[in-house]
Design a protein around this ligand. Sequence first.
Ligand code: FMN
Length: 167
Amino acid sequence: MKAIVFESKTGNTKKYAELLGQETGLPVYEHKEASKHLNQQDEIIYMGWLFASGIKGYQKALKNYNIKAVCGVGMRRTSEEAIKDMVERNKISGLKAFYLQGGYDGSKLRGINKLMMNMMSKIVMKELEKKEVKTDEDLETIDMINNGKSFASVENLAPVLEWLKQS
Ligand SMILES: Cc1cc2nc3c(=O)[nH]c(=O)nc-3n(C[C@H](O)[C@H](O)[C@H](O)COP(=O)(O)O)c2cc1C
């Protein structure tokens, strides 16, 4: 493996990429800078934030590098369902896929992204407020929308580190 390449809007994916870099010793590059350091078809781990279910920059990175694993960073907790959904919507095949929980911080968003997330959070909040019995995850989501929160941690990278050890 040559490097970790990432795209991040509000810092969660950047934090995951840096933590993974620290754990593995691999160099970490922002996607737009990566071509200065890497050759076409170098083996990489690609990490991108989820935007309307798409992993930002993934399709472009596929054309330029030999992606061995892709990590999508979204708002939901990680689960088999979250991974399956991400794999299907991004048409991921022939490489390993991980879903990592990032977070949400409206104060770091601008323009169209802020507008889209404001609309999305209002819909989610309405649905959650209607629920009489709220799960831990529901409460976590409400707190995240109201107060901003990041879940990026080295612990969440355990499956990625385990996979790297075996490959
Ligand atoms: C416009 C917009 C669309 C988003 N769409 C999704 C989505 O489809 N699924 C998801 O889980 N998270 C979605 N998110 C949340 C981000 O993926 C999440 O906040 C992530 O942690 C951002 O990573 P970053 O901090 O590296 O930018 C969206 C965020 C924005 C601003």
